[in-house]
Design a protein around this ligand. Structure first.
Ligand SMILES: [Cu+2]
Length: 469
């Protein structure tokens, strides 16, 4: 019970509090513009059913679980195929596996700030209770979450999830046919999707985690970043004074917003029409035309390559143009294409830390944007099962060194996306939401457009709608 050592390296100006309170009640004029409110009218009620944790909507059925470590887990997601008169499996289990946030300040007080938000803190454990009409629209249905505390007692997070149909005013598909003399065909279908949302507030940052299902068979996953920047004090009050490395951006008097990254890692155990799947890189290759017949000199074509082992499926996005598809090599469409789902990737971000830097060894799963592994029940957490003070022996990067077989196996797709975040003044004192995400989209999974025969919603008349019928 003695103080055995302390360090006091310097005295420094404290950032001013003025202007940093983000509560509406603390704002003073002049105010910004007022935004008109809106209500979603669903005259026939919500279009989805919740049975326990199973959610059925339009042509989808899936299970939604609340996990203390990663928040929402989507499992057994299947889509109804009206031609085959059956539900077909797409996503056996999908969730965020880890979020790696290394800060770029190597000084004594800050070097250790290289956070693993799932493994060290827990998205579920830090789930915020969603606020109706603010976090979720007026047609949302809420669901509580539960987790076991350190002493084993049950902790309830009220309104941990909201589930709602999104009528964003987008177009599902359309066509105007002008090619027929004296006739115009106009066909359009409004887009409607189902969103599952949770918010995890890990210390300063808020993460808005969305899973979105579309009738076309697409699944979109997105994380919106908001909240408060990690800031540090400084003696400087103007960039002209800065004469040393400050590791970030001067946001105001004596306030530096530190540079950092966000590497989100999703674990996607896809089961496209069954467990045995393969990962195909459809590389787009430039071909030269030398036949002296065509006036063209070049075109591109698709050269498909099935990854046989883990090393062939490690991909840094942005290096070569490629369509990335998980296929079922045992199931074909009538014309003979393998049933598949394509990954439409998110922001391709690559680590800039040196590979032998301690945080990068622990966060080595961020080295590639795409990895594929054979299913292994102990390989769930990209940064390892026990992340606190980990040394990087149990990461996705280490597991894949075994270079296991992944062709026609029960495989897991890992997708890493994110941002390098060099803060700017608009991010302060609270940051407008910045989103990153990806889409899983059917690729020769259906025989043709699965939403051709979707019955459009019945028109809901609204007195102030000015559009002419
Ligand atoms: Cu950031």
């Amino acid at each position: 019970m003695k103080i055995v050592e302390y360090s006091d390296t310097f005295k420094i100006a404290v950032p001013k509090a003025e202007g940093t309170d983000y509560r509406f009640s603390k704002q003073n004029p002049p105010f910004g513009p007022r935004i008109n409110g809106a209500a979603i009218m669903q005259t026939n009620g919500p279009g989805f059913e919740i049975d326990g944790h199973t959610i059925r909507w339009v042509n989808w059925v899936f299970h939604l679980a609340f996990d203390v470590r990663v928040g929402p887990i989507i499992s057994l997601a299947s889509i109804y195929d009206p031609e085959k008169h059956t539900y077909r499996s797409v996503l056996y289990r999908g969730h965020i596996s880890e979020l790696f946030v290394p800060y770029m300040d190597p000084t004594e007080e800050y070097y250790y700030k290289t956070f693993f938000d799932c493994g060290e803190f827990g998205f579920g454990q830090n789930a915020a209770s969603l606020v109706p009409l603010a976090d979720c629209p007026n047609n949302a249905v809420f669901m509580d979450g539960y987790y076991a505390a350190h002493d084993g007692s049950a902790v309830k997070v009220a309104n941990a999830f909201c589930i709602f149909e999104r009528h964003a005013g987008d177009i599902m598909w359309r066509h105007t046919e002008l090619g027929i003399p004296n006739r115009v065909i106009n066909e359009a279908r409004p887009e409607v999707s189902l969103v599952v949302r949770m918010v995890a507030t890990i210390g300063n940052y808020d993460h808005i985690i969305d899973w979105e299902f579309k009738p076309s068979g697409s699944i979109k996953a997105q994380v919106g970043l908001s909240g408060i920047l990690e800031v540090k004090s400084t003696t400087f009050t103007n960039v002209d004074q800065i004469n040393e490395e400050v590791y970030g951006t001067l946001l105001g008097d004596n306030t530096i917003g530190l540079n950092h990254d966000h590497f989100l890692t999703y674990r996607l155990d896809l089961d496209i029409d069954g467990a045995a799947n393969s990962f195909v890189k459809q590389n787009l290759v430039t071909k030269h035309v030398n036949d002296n017949v065509s006036p063209r000199k070049s075109y591109w074509t698709v050269v498909s390559e099935t990854a046989k082992t883990e090393s062939e499926a490690k991909i840094r996005l942005g290096t070569t143009p490629s369509e990335l598809v998980i296929v079922n090599p045992n199931k074909k469409t009538k014309p003979g294409n393998h049933h598949g789902y394509r990954l439409i990737p998110g922001a391709a971000t690559h680590p800039l830390l040196l590979e032998d830097d301690y945080p990068q060894i622990r966060g080595a799963f961020s080295k590639y944007n795409v990895w594929v592994t054979p299913y292994n029940k102990s390989e769930i957490w990209a940064g390892g099962k026990y992340v606190d003070q980990s040394q990087g022996q149990d990461t996705l990067a280490v597991w894949t060194l075994r270079d296991r077989k992944i062709e026609n196996e029960d495989i897991v797709l890992w997708h890493v996306l994110g941002y390098h975040h060099s803060p700017c003044q608009e991010d302060f004192p609270v940051m407008p939401t910045l989103s990153a995400g990806f889409e899983l989209r059917p690729a020769n999974f259906f025989e043709s457009n699965p939403v051709l025969k979707v019955l459009p919603p019945k028109p809901v008349r609204w007195p102030n709608c000015t559009a002419k019928p």
